[in-house]
Structures are given as structure tokens and as C-alpha cells.
Design a protein around this ligand. Sequence first.
Ligand code: PEP
Ligand code: MG
Length: 537
Amino acid sequence: MEVYQGKSVFGGIAMGRLSVYHKTDNAVKRTKITDIEAEKKRFEDAKEEAKRQLGVFYEKAVREVGEVNAAIFEMHQMMLDDLDYVESITNMIETQQVNAEFAVASTGDNFAQMFAAMDDDYMRERAADVKDISNRVISILQGNGDAGLSGDEPFILLADDLAPSETVQLDKSKVLAFVTRHGSTNSHTAILARTMNIPALIGVDFPEEGVDGQFGIVDGFDAKFFVEPDEDTKAEYRKLKEENEQKKRLLQELKGKENITRDGTKINLYANIGGVSDVANVLANDAGGIGLFRSEFLYLESEDYPTEEAQFAAYKTVAENMAGKKVIIRTLDIGADKQIDYFGLDREDNPALGYRAVRICLNRPEIFKTQLRALLRASMFGNISIMVPMIASVWEVKKVKEIMEEVKTELSTEGLPYKEVEFGVMIETPAAVMIADDLAKEVDFFSIGTNDLTQYTLAIDRQNAKLDRFYDSHHPAVLKMIQMVIDSAHEEGIWAGICGELGADLTLTETFVKMGIDELSVSPAMVLPVRNKIINA
Ligand code: PEP
Ligand code: MG
């Protein structure tokens, strides 16, 4: 038995025959041609055929994984018509008198290298897309069909990497899991795999030889991959698989159902995310929107301040993938437990009571403005709301609104479009609770951060494990505060939700409903369990 560790892209357990996928070899030779017009026509015809094939994939993907996730194939169709790309190929055919295959291969390589060198994750990932479309055109020019991605019995697919067009060609009913050596958690393939709801691991260094046709187990929970497991391991995983499927079956029945209590009260049930790659999980769990996007993870994952473009690409992708559903993005919440070297923050005696979140944003408006510009620009691509953490005073909210107005004026002057977005604050300091009536006049919604609210109300450091028994988020003080916030919101005609961990506490769902809560935002895996509670409340 061999065990390999990888990185999980989607949970679940799969057991079955291993099938190693090798891409068809598109080795291209350079040949000199004499009839330039005929060669250009060969390229045009192959390009049209590639677009036709992508159209078929698009239709298949729409049926299997929905319009938003299928959009990659429409994008590939558009890339094939990109003027620079097409011109580069036809120019090469004309000026160098080379065969179409060679012109496509070398243009594809050049464009891919150009994308790969860009200082932007989103653009870097486009390198794989341009390679994918070029390989498709070359295959057609060479008279090759699509690479064989099928089998008669179900199998676990092993590959170096998979392009989106290869993923979607798969007969879903046959593929039990994906295991790849490369690929990023943000790649389209990863998103498709998650949406297809099958376990997937990336970064697994499986051997070149000897695994094809062997028996394997993929553990998407612990990111482990077993080749030829022993009988005990097989028995253990058979049991885990059955338990997992049982749980999923029960919860799946709740998909598509509304979050309505027995007496007809409707609650908005959203999910919390830390980055673009979590969106598929939000959709897979049927959340009605995103109630908290912790944007500071974009900063934590970077080596330097993320640029406006990098942030714009991330917010836009999330908004687009959520296809019109609400996406509440929290502005930078750095400091306290989330330290970043490049911010150059001083060491503090009491970091939780220190320089963090909106306090940093108000002191360093240049950082804040970059984020607001990216958020407002991305608002054009979906239903984005902006929410500010750690508010303690009305003047802070007024100042944030002032900065937001400045940013809007700048964008308008530059001719960059944006939408009017819903604007809210997190209620996570006792001060904010006590002035919730005044705050409610300034904003469109409240989202209660019970993690910090408990910490600041009970004067207990949430990071200190020794104080766990005193950190009681069911404390009457916390629950009374939640009620006060909901009441103040409703008096001003705005909505109130909870995005802290307490929102997913199933023992309190009924209490929150009785208190009049309008929204709960929980981790994606908790959406269906909370829905279950609401329906039965
Ligand atoms: C909270 O404080 O409850 C919250 C949702 O924010 P974070 O946990 O990121 O501080
Ligand atoms: Mg907080």
C-alpha cells in the first residue's frame, strides 16, 4: 500500500480503479507552405470547428454545472476570435510562410508566456486557457479527435493537470474523483470539480509508472490518496463512505427549499467565505448569497499590498459566480490576530484593543481607497454590498461614507462605472450595540460579529485557550445585545443579521428566529443543517 498527501479541492471519499490520463501529443513540426491563402483558410476552418466544439461543451456544462460555471467555454470561444491572437497567427502564416499548426502553436506559447509573467493571479491563470484553445485548434488541424477521457466502468482520474475543456468532456457518471499533480485551488478545473460534487485532490506526487489500472482510495477530507490499500484500510473507508453518503442524502433533500419557519417567517441564509475558491462550496450548499467575504485573506495571501486590479478581479469573479445573489464584502479587517509584515504595524500590548480594521483604514486612506475602488468597480458584475468591521462610533461611519463619496467622484471623473451598493456595518463592539439606534440612521444593514462581540462584552481574549470556559457566547449579556441590535435596526426599517460563529449554533436557531433576525451567515457546510433547523422552528 502506498499513501500520498495532497491538497483537497473538494471533500468526499471515492474508491475504485485508477486511470491515468495522458494528453494527446500535439507535437508540431514547422513546414514551409506555398499557398498562403489556402493555409489561412485551413486555420479559419479549424478555428470555427473549435468554436463549434466549445459550443457543445458549453451546452453540456450548462446542464451539468450551471450557466455561471459553464461560462469558461464562452470565454474560450471569445479568445479564439481575439484580434491580437488571430492577427499574430495569420501574420506568421503570411510573413514566414509557415504551416497553420506551427503558427498556432507558437502564438499560443507566446501569449501563454505573456500571461504567465503578469503580476496578477487572475491573468496568470489565463495562460492555461490560451494553451487549451491553441491545442484544440492544433488537434483539429492535425485531424485528431478529442483525447480519450472515457471508460466503461467508473474510475478515479489521475492526471498531471486538467484543462476545463477536458474536465467537462468527462462522463460524470463514470468519474469517481480527480487526483492531479498540478493545478491551483482557484483554477476553473477546481471550481468545476467542486461543483460536480466529486472528491478532488491537487498537488499529489503519484508515480509515473505502475498505477494505471490499480485500485485506489481518494480521501478528500484528509487530502490522502491510497494506491492498492490493504484490507483494513479498505474496510475503514467503506464505512466512512457509507456514513458520509447517508449524511449527504439527508441534507440534499433540503436543497432548493426556502428557509421558512412553520409560522411563515423567512430568513435569509447566506455563507461566509475567505476567498474566491470558496464560492463553489457556497453554491454546492445552496446558500442564498454570501453574508461575509473576509477580504483580508486577499491581503494575507499576498507578499505586498494587493493591487486594485488583483482585488477587482477577485471581487468580480465572486460576484459573477454568485450570478446576482447578494455578496457582502467586508472591508479590510487586519490587526489583532491577523498580522501582516508589510503593513509594518508596531507591536502592541493589547492588540485586540489596538490598531485594527477600520481604524487602520481611516488612518491610511490610500490603502482603503484602493480597496473601495476595486469593490465599486466590481459592483458592475453582480450584487455586491460593502460592510465595515469594528465600528464603535458614528463619526467613523460618517468618515467612511465621506471617503466612499470621494472614491465615487474619482471613478466618475475617470469614466469608470460603478453601481450604488448597499452599505452596512458590523456590530461587534458593545459601543456599537449601545448606539445602534444612531448607527441605523447611517446604514442599510447591520451584521452582528458575535465572535468579537462576545470577546469585547465579556472582556475575554478570544485567542486565549485558557479562557475557553469563560468565553460564553450564550451569555445573557450577548443575547440581550443581539436583541437590542435587531430592534434598533427594525425601528429604522433596516435589516439585521449575524455573521459570527454563533449564527451556526443550531441550539440557538429558534431563539434567533424569535428575536426577529433577518439573516444568518454561516460556513458553507452549515447552510443545510441551519436550514433544517429553520424549517422545523
Ligand atoms: C466576528 O467577529 O464575529 C466576525 C464575524 O469577524 P471575525 O471573526 O473575522 O473577526
Ligand atoms: Mg470580528
